[in-house]
Design a protein around this ligand. Structure first.
Ligand code: XBP
Ligand code: MG
Length: 232
């Protein structure tokens, strides 16, 4: 029974990680690096959340003649982010099945909706303005991104910040996530979690989740996301 639904973005609202991966590879090539992250490597690298952090972690494992500075990493990430927006703009990354319907149903039930993600406000806006239209953010009560908090997932910071902004108890919320990192982050904030399995995290351990679905289109009343807000 939830008063608020808190959505992760990457992998949950849309299968964005392939676009992130392509955008990273584009940035490496543009920067003259011979790095290439294939799907198997990227699956492993996704354990490190955050794009800058992921580049830094990979860099630390390489034998590079001239190490990258923080400014190089920031520049790589800037190129990556710009290319990601271009890829999203082509329209090749629709919302996952059941996402638009759940957002509409939540609005009709006067449930609050919020976002707790590792990615940036710019990337969320690129995805959701394409999928939901320019005014999409008006429907969301709180939007907390990775750089808004001190520690990214699996730390609970983004979830604690959303909760503080909504002024709700964790048990009044449901987090909708696709990864073990996301599950751990929400669980550390004591928020129950509904998992919608995505391409890259299919084999993660979701035993701590309240529910595990393949798609949000499988949601039914028994999944408990439907409590009306208390009358004021
Ligand atoms: C998503 C991520 C992000 C994206 C890249 O995690 O880990 O790092 O891969 O985003 P979650 P940026 O879905 O658990 O929030 O490059 O913008 O950091
Ligand atoms: Mg995710």
């Amino acid at each position: 029974n939830a008063v608020a639904l808190i959505f992760d973005v990457d992998g949950t609202l849309a299968e964005t990680e392939e676009l992130h991966r392509r955008a990273f590879n584009h940035a490496f090539a543009r920067h003259g690096l011979d790095w290439h992250w294939d799907r198997a490597a990227y699956r492993d690298l996704l354990r490190v959340t955050g794009g800058k952090e992921r580049i830094r972690a990979f860099h630390a494992r390489q034998q590079v003649a001239s190490p990258l500075s923080d400014a190089d990493i920031a520049e790589l990430h800037r190129i990556k982010t710009a290319h990601y927006a271009e890829l999203i703009e082509t329209g090749c990354c629709p919302l996952r099945p059941g996402v638009a319907e759940l957002l509409t149903a939540a609005k009709a039930r006067r449930q609050q909706i919020a976002i707790a993600t590792t990615t940036s406000h710019g990337n969320i806006d690129a995805l959701l303005s394409r999928a939901l239209g320019a005014g999409w953010a008006l429907d969301f009560e709180a939007i907390v991104a990775g750089d808004d908090v001190r520690h990214k997932k699996p730390a609970p910071d983004v979830y604690l910040e959303v909760q503080a902004r909504l002024r709700l108890a964790p048990s009044d919320c449901v987090a909708i996530e696709d990864s073990a990192n996301g599950l751990v982050a929400a669980s550390r904030a004591h928020i129950p979690v509904l998992i919608t399995r995505s391409i890259y995290f299919r084999d993660d351990d979701f035993s701590a989740a309240r529910f595990v679905l393949d798609e949000l289109s499988e949601l039914t009343d028994e999944h408990d996301t439907e409590k009306q807000p208390h009358a004021q």
